[in-house]
Design a protein around this ligand. Structure first.
Ligand SMILES: Nc1nc2c(ncn2[C@@H]2O[C@H](COP(=O)(O)OP(=O)(O)OP(=O)(O)O)[C@@H](O)[C@H]2O)c(=O)[nH]1
Ligand SMILES: [Mg+2]
Length: 302
């Protein structure tokens, strides 16, 4: 069985949403489960804005993982749309993977999510992530708190960063899937178009080199992507949007040093992931209050 839509007896397939507060490691975990970078990550909250699909296919199952924004209180049109996407995703999946950080006691944000999950009929597995940061004692405390929150079974201690517990979680998730068809061709790891992946890799690097409010003010759009030099090279022109005039020089850096670094790191990653040679032509543009501008959000696919 190789064709999309085909099914065979015993083959399981389905969709899993990764749900949790911002910064708990959802995207890192999707990448670990897929064993390829499909979604960008950062140490600043609210990194994921789109819904990113990661696909794992074996002879026995196809696991479609949906990486989504972290659950948070909406503050502007951007975050409103992000939360609407989270809500919509929850109603569409076969399993929810609820992720909490092992190095913190569950807080109000986690309880809010737990209450929302209690209203759904969808099966839930729990991942206590970042176990590399804690010892056995705190881990047992977290398990105890989770038991009191109603999650006694299906709690997995993992480290998305180091890979601990990831294979066991992958198997466990696959066992919760219903019998079903192949949704994506074998070999597919994500449905994200190359253009969007490149924009995200640029945004990841821009987030990495900036701080405070700047990461939240960033958006990246690929304006042009075309083969050059008889197909040897792919030329990409992309714009990094910021919200304030004062943020532009921060992105550029002294003598353009910072934008150069963003470009070369993003290019290196894009080449490793996509197997083509790229030329990245980056610009920085100010677009005031774009997070509240619906036409701009539409253009960014948000
Ligand atoms: N030590 C440790 N750090 C981790 C682990 N998993 C993720 N992280 C770090 O946690 C931070 C957040 O990771 P992300 O995967 O971007 O988190 P997220 O939940 O997708 O965040 P949002 O997209 O903002 O909701 C990054 O700095 C990761 O490197 C882990 O298992 N151990
Ligand atoms: Mg994320």
């Amino acid at each position: 069985m190789n064709g999309v839509g085909e099914s065979s007896p015993g083959f399981r397939s389905g969709y899993v949403a990764l749900l949790g507060r911002p910064n708990v490691g959802k995207s890192t975990l999707v990448n670990a489960l897929v064993d390829r970078k499909v979604s960008i990550t950062s140490d600043k909250p609210q990194t994921t804005r789109h819904r990113v699909t990661g696909v794992v296919t074996t002879d026995d199952y196809q696991l479609v993982l949906l990486d989504i924004p972290g659950v948070q209180r909406p503050r502007d049109q951007l975050t409103e749309r992000m939360q609407a996407r989270v809500e919509q995703t929850l109603t569409e999946v076969d399993v929810v993977l609820f992720i909490l950080p092992a190095d913190e006691e569950p807080g109000p944000g986690d309880r809010f999510i737990a209450d929302r999950l209690a209203e759904l009929r969808t099966p839930v597995l729990v991942a206590l992530n970042k176990v590399d940061l804690v010892g056995e004692g705190p881990l047992e405390l977290r398990r105890e708190t989770l038991r009191r929150m109603g999650f006694a079974d299906g709690v997995f201690a993992v480290s998305a960063l180091e890979g601990t517990g990831v294979p066991a979680l992958r198997v466990e998730l696959s066992e919760r899937l219903p019998e079903g068809p192949l949704y994506f061709p074998r070999g597919t790891k994500t449905d994200q178009p190359e253009e969007l992946l490149i924009a995200e890799l640029i945004r990841e690097q821009a987030i990495r080199v900036t701080q405070d409010e700047v990461p939240h003010s960033l958006a990246v759009q690929v304006e042009e992507m075309a083969p050059r030099k008889g197909g040897e090279l792919v030329y990409v022109r992309a714009l990094i949007y910021v919200e304030r005039d004062s943020q532009r020089p921060i992105l550029l850096g002294e003598g353009g040093e910072r934008i150069k670094e963003i470009g070369s790191e993003a290019r290196r990653e894009a080449e490793a992931l996509l197997g083509s040679k790229f030329y990245l032509d980056l610009g920085v543009k100010v677009r005031k209050r774009w997070r509240r501008d619906s036409s701009m959000l539409e253009r960014l696919g948000l």
